[in-house]
Design a protein around this ligand. Structure first.
Ligand code: ZN
Length: 114
């Protein structure tokens, strides 16, 4: 990986983190406790609770991803970034652009069933 690619990945990580921060704050808003007598429009309380559970799940996933991305952003300048932890081969640049927190190359990921 050349330094230009590294820079591209850094920018990509920043973009992902900003998008996730936005998403997380929206989801936090949506997962606030529902008042017992509250119903909005056509949604019943039961439906609201179900929707909240979906949002809570999404919130959890987003928090996990943002942590991974923040970790990746600290590692991106290091020599070992972009190297598969399993086979020590290079992880494809295209893959890192899509999933900057990747620690495995595609073939190891498939082999290990990750
Ligand atoms: Zn590998």
């Amino acid at each position: 990986m050349n330094s230009q690619q590294r820079q591209q990945i850094k920018n990509q990580i920043d973009t992902y983190i900003k998008a996730l921060q936005h998403e997380i704050s929206e989801l936090e808003e949506k997962t606030k406790p529902i008042a017992p007598d509250c119903s909005i429009g056509r949604l019943t309380r039961q439906e609201m609770i179900q929707e909240q559970q979906v949002n809570e799940h999404a919130l959890g996933e987003s928090r996990i991803r943002i942590n991974k991305l923040m970790y990746a952003s600290k590692k991106v300048d290091k020599e070992e970034y972009g190297i598969c932890v399993e086979c020590e081969g290079d992880i494809l640049f295209e893959r890192l652009m899509l999933v900057p927190e990747s620690s495995h190359c595609v073939s190891c990921k498939q082999e290990l069933g990750l």
